[in-house]
Design a protein around this ligand. Structure first.
Ligand code: CMC
Length: 428
């Protein structure tokens, strides 16, 4: 059978070069340009990598024109309806969902037991000044975690890879909670293994030093299972997302042969930016800045003003040219929780919904295919769960951790070369 190829013709010399097309299971094929330079002495130029596939992957798949996101081939909506975040961690890392309830529970229980930190690591937070952003604390702490697990510099078995990932997934909520409590001068509350992975995170954020969550005249305060379910779904909807900026960072860094936790620490820094995961924090600040639903048209006009750099945070995406399926799921979760008694901030909810309504009818947004993304509604739910705005992006980190770990494992196992792009030189 004839190979599927593409011919590149140099119009000035008449030379022709055939390049193989790489087959895939879904989505666009790719031209194999790995020998482009060797064969033609020409580079490909693609700043921002909008048309470049940097790796082969089997972890998640996005069809941006049809609002589809799959984890290991399964639509996310099916997963969040039927499975917990810890099941999804197992799916991403192992490639398969737990076979039965027992396997699911055993894995979740193992995460609870691995959630404790070395006391030395805890001291790291004390070195940071008050008011430091938790994302800065977090990337440093994750980098430092590599010093406690030196063996992971060279992992030689699937078991080793899985343990590296489990430790990271288990410890990240503790790191987030400790970094937050340190930033506000509260004593740390250690993990409680009688609570589920997600409930324990809320517990570590909220509990008094004696381990109680508060008292009312009716007795001790407890965590509402609905809050746990909501946060579980939010984590699940962030678990992986193809080769976005932070995942690409993680892969690039791990390609140099460093410790996996050092690569993940770099990914955390990449996620922090407002164009990426940092957008969820900015969305809430923007809703507060808009202040009232009557101001929505004024802000939409600002977006369209060529002389104003203002952007609507939580809108637009490099890959989605239709509604982000995660935003759709988060919006329905918000409405569902509100009905069930977890009250959303009515003013923020109203402003966000009006913004969406106005934007989706506006020529500027239609032409550019700008829709709400995952960050648009998540902050409203997190606020209702009493999570401070500065922790929104760290929450994204907890959710994305199984994705990053799986991508690290896939990248190392693929034997990929060190990432080393070229440049088009325009200097002296
Ligand atoms: N508000 C107003 N205009 C926008 C927006 C926005 N949020 N996003 C894109 N545009 C316009 C942009 O000005 C440009 O217009 P023109 O063609 O007239 O110059 C056009 O749409 C294409 O934009 P781009 O910047 O070339 O698109 P990109 O693919 O490079 O950037 C993005 C994608 C997500 C960085 C961008 O849409 C953005 O800044 N959005 C706001 C920040 C945000 O919500 N980020 C979270 C992304 S989803 C979660 C994640 O990935 O972590």
């Amino acid at each position: 059978m004839k190979k599927n190829t593409i011919t590149l013709i140099n119009n000035s010399t008449g030379e022709k070069f055939d390049f193989d097309l790489i087959e895939c299971t879904r989505g666009p094929k790719a031209i194999d340009f790995s020998k482009l330079f060797e064969r033609t002495n020409i580079f490909s130029y693609d700043p921002g990598y909008g048309s470049t596939a940097g790796c082969k992957s089997t972890i998640s798949y996005i069809d941006g024109n049809n609002s589809i996101l799959l984890y290991r081939g399964i639509p996310i909506q099916d997963l969040v309806d039927k499975y917990t975040f810890s099941d999804i961690c197992l799916l991403l890392i192992n490639g398969e969902l737990p076979k039965n309830n027992r396997e699911s529970k055993e894995f979740e229980l193992e995460l609870r037991h691995l959630g404790f930190l070395h006391e030395g690591l805890i001291n790291i937070f004390k070195a940071f000044p008050d008011g430091a952003h938790p994302m800065a604390n977090l990337s440093s702490a994750v980098g430092a975690l590599s010093t406690f697990y030196k063996d992971y510099m060279e992992i030689d078995s699937d078991e080793g890879y899985h343990m590296m990932a489990k430790r990271m997934i288990a410890k990240i909520p503790t790191l987030v909670a400790f970094s937050y409590r340190n930033s506000i001068g509260y004593p740390y509350v250690y993990p409680d293994i009688s609570r589920s992975y997600v409930e324990n995170f809320l517990y570590m954020l909220r509990a008094f030093p004696d381990g109680r969550l508060g008292m009312t005249l009716d007795g001790e305060v407890e965590i509402d299972p609905l809050e746990v379910e909501a946060l579980d779904k939010i984590f699940s909807l962030h678990a992986d997302h193809g080769q976005n900026a932070s995942t690409t960072t993680v892969r690039n860094v791990v390609s140099t042969g460093v410790h996996p936790y050092a690569a993940i620490s770099a990914g955390i820094n990449a996620l922090w930016g407002p164009s990426h995961g940092g957008a969820n924090e900015k969305v809430l600040n923007q809703l507060a800045e808009i202040g009232d639903v009557k101001n929505v048209p004024k802000f939409v006009d600002r977006v369209k003003d060529k002389n104003d750099p203002f952007r609507l945070m939580g809108f637009g995406h490099r890959v989605y040219k239709s509604y982000d399926p995660r935003a759709k799921a988060i919006k329905s979760l918000k409405d569902e929780l509100d009905k069930k008694g977890i009250k959303m901030n009515a003013r923020f909810s109203e402003i966000a919904e009006r913004l969406e309504e106005v934007a989706l009818k506006d020529e500027y947004f239609i032409e550019r295919k700008l829709y709400p993304n995952v960050d648009f509604y998540s902050g409203i739910i997190l606020t209702a769960l009493r999570i401070p705005v500065s922790l929104f992006t760290p929450i994204f980190v907890i959710g994305r951790m199984p994705g990053w770990c799986s991508q690290v494992i896939e990248h190392i196992k693929s034997g990929a070369r060190i990432t080393r792009p070229r440049q088009v030189y325009g200097g002296k």
